[in-house]
Ligand binder design. Sequence first.
Ligand SMILES: [Zn+2]
Length: 380
Amino acid sequence: MTIDGKVRKTLAELGVADVAGVDALFGEVRATMERERSSLVARVASSEGERDRLAKNFRDRWLARKNGLLTQIDEHWLKSSPRDLKPSVGKSFNALRQAATALEMDVLVKDVGFKIPPKVAAAGAAEIRGTDLGDLTLPGYCRPLGSLHPVTQMQREIEEIFLHLGFRIEDGPEIESVYYNFDALNIPESHPSRDDWDTLYINSQTVLRTHTSPVQIRAMEKYGAPLYIIIPGKCYRHDNPDASHTPMFHQIEGLAIDSDITFADLKGTLDFFAKKLFGEKVRTRFQPSFFPFTEPSGEVAISCIFCGGEGCRVCKESGWIEVMGCGMVHPLVLRNGGIDPEKYSGWAFGLGVDRFAMLEYDINDIQLFFQSDVRFLQQF
Ligand SMILES: [Zn+2]
């Protein structure tokens, strides 16, 4: 049922019997209002007259004293609401009325564009060249500003730490060859990640990259050693979306290659990074693991930032949260990148930026990042 249908019914008829239901219902009204307003503001009317007519129709739809949507909400939801719900309906209705001031004609008319007829435009330009500039002391029109997406904010924060350590940022193509995505990274044909259940193939030789690691090889070919880079970017996997998976996600990869690089450098750098990002009290734990492109390989966990290691819901009572994979770059991978493993060694790590943002902002569903819901995004 559309909002127009719902405002003609009472709360009881709509089956709304508690505060959560009231909140959801008013949330829907607000979203509809915003959507309609945005699409109106995005229009360019063919004349000033048409603009005024569009604005007036929209204003009347919501605010007309007789039969406007707000009047009907007042009538059918507020006045007839059960006593226990009245305070919450009243509060939501007042907030709605407040928001609806943006629908008054004088506000709307400023925001809806219209085409200026050529003659008038020329006259206007002449006016500016001439004497009458109008009242320059009037305030300008204010447009709502957006902000950086939480995942971008997290990415920048991580980049910042590594830039201070002397790393530089490198990127590469999201549509990648099977060679760079798998073969050059020592991932054999038989490895399960190469299956088309896991990887999105464009054709037999081209994939949507499943990790940012192919850029390791590209950067080694381009710059040789020594090399200190981080590689942020989007990756793609054949995953069904749920609270912890989306088919597109963000990674940051780190790579350091130099003479005499050891596992101690890796541990030191990642421990420093974790403390910079999550606070001085955070401890790190390294556990052996396996990746085809590193040897030895490890999983890094940090002491739980929510309970300090005592055990809680987020760390599943373990006191630790696994945050990334890492290891010493496999000699074959160095060789594939044109670097002599007898002379140079290196370490690498990879982490999920979305997952870090979920930890940082205490978000329990990764899908929220990509649904473009302003109610979620405007909290950042
Ligand atoms: Zn915990």
